[in-house]
Design a protein around this ligand. Structure first.
Ligand SMILES: [Zn+2]
Length: 254
């Protein structure tokens, strides 16, 4: 009969088990560190295609009744429905008829390029007849004699280029690219606007006609935003959320 040393064997098994655990943890740590540093080094391509000055305005310090307004900024997410190139063309076309004036601050093309159209310090015309229902109650500002109150005075509007199969009025399409989610999360994190004040056109619309951004993967966006925000916090520890007058990015092209 072969004799073996049971405690020694048990010890060996324990040691091998622990070694496997340590190796697994190490591989996991290296992986998440790689993802972490990939995000930390991520810089999307950014370009300026300034909208024509008829398609945006100044942010108002008072509403139409002369009452001071001091809403903290919100982010409103949209989709273009048409191509990015056509969208840019529309915003760069002078529109002297107020009914035709429209703009976003930025749009993100399918390959993740951020196209800046209107400086964040100005008021883009992205969501007429709208209200933001957040923790502070309903927020909207009436700035025009005829048009209804809206969130435009304190909104930063970002639009995602719709995929080719989404150029219609239906409820769904094939969704947005990973590059778009990454650039979007990076841009929202850079704005330092808190997650609780990030909404969609559908979320603020009061006309009942807006449903964008359709087929938006909220979970992908949330997880990327959280990771980018953490990176940002580690670099800029004392930053508080910005006031509307402090939104001033990116620098205008020379
Ligand atoms: Zn929209």
């Amino acid at each position: 009969m072969r004799r073996f040393n049971a405690p020694l064997l048990q010890g060996l098994m324990l040691f091998l088990g622990a070694l496997a655990c340590v190796l697994t943890l190490h591989v996991h740590a290296v992986n998440s560190q790689t993802v972490h540093s990939k995000l930390a080094n991520f810089r999307p391509v950014e370009v300026w295609r300034p909208a024509h000055e008829t398609n945006f305005g100044k942010r108002y310090a008072k509403d139409i009744y002369g009452r001071p307004v001091s809403n903290a900024p919100i982010v409103v997410l949209h989709e273009t429905v048409i191509s990015a190139a056509s969208t840019i063309r529309v915003f760069q076309t002078p529109h002297y008829n107020e009914d035709e004036q429209a703009s976003y601050h930025a749009l993100i093309t399918r390959n993740g390029t951020i196209v800046h159209l209107v400086s964040a310090k100005n008021r883009a015309f992205g969501a007429g007849n709208s209200v933001f229902r957040g923790p502070n109650g309903p927020e909207a500002v009436k700035t025009h004699r005829i048009y209804p109150a809206s969130v435009n005075n304190f909104a930063y509007h970002i639009s995602l280029e719709t995929p080719a199969d989404g150029n219609h009025n239906g409820n769904y399409h094939s969704g947005y690219s990973q590059a778009q989610y990454q650039s979007l999360a990076w841009l929202v994190a850079r704005s330092r606007i808190p997650h609780s004040r990030v909404t969609t056109h559908k979320g603020v619309d009061r006309s009942g006609s807006r449903k964008d951004p359709r087929s938006f993967n909220q979970r992908s966006f949330n997880s990327l935003l959280q990771r980018f925000s953490q990176l940002d916090e580690s670099k800029l520890t004392s930053l508080r959320p910005p006031m509307i007058g402090e939104l001033d990015f990116p620098p205008l092209p020379q």
